[in-house]
Design a protein around this ligand. Structure first.
Ligand SMILES: [Zn+2]
Length: 118
């Protein structure tokens, strides 16, 4: 993973490149949660927002199975882009909506984690 994004630590205010372990270089606070984790949270939130069970979501797209949904929502596996596309199809949104939502979740969760840690 070669991320070159600059992020500001809410704990000690140090501006830094995102580190491999996601921790602040100075105060060791969590800068953000991994994107894969944010993606799982997003898939669950979007499904629940539509009032669908995992089975109901699976029924909407032929190649998507309930067991897959459970695996991805619990972050036991990180979905590949084709898998994200299947979810998007089932949820009736574009892939971009899911990715953007996951980015927002990651950034918000990172801010919460820093508040707790610092
Ligand atoms: Zn810090």
């Amino acid at each position: 993973m070669k991320e070159r994004r600059v992020i500001r630590c809410r704990g000690c205010s140090l501006n830094q490149l995102v580190t491999a372990n996601g921790l602040c270089r100075r105060c060791r606070a969590q800068l953000e949660i991994p994107f894969s984790r944010a993606l799982s949270v997003s898939l669950r939130i979007l499904r629940q927002a539509l009032g669908l069970t995992q089975q109901q979501l699976a029924d909407r797209v032929e190649r998507l199975q309930r067991t897959h949904i459970s695996v991805y929502e619990n972050a036991r596996k990180s979905p590949t882009l084709p898998k994200v596309h299947l979810f998007a199809e089932a949820l009736g949104v574009s892939d971009f909506v899911i990715i953007s939502f996951a980015e927002a979740v990651r950034d918000a969760a990172g801010r919460d984690a820093q508040k707790r840690a610092c």
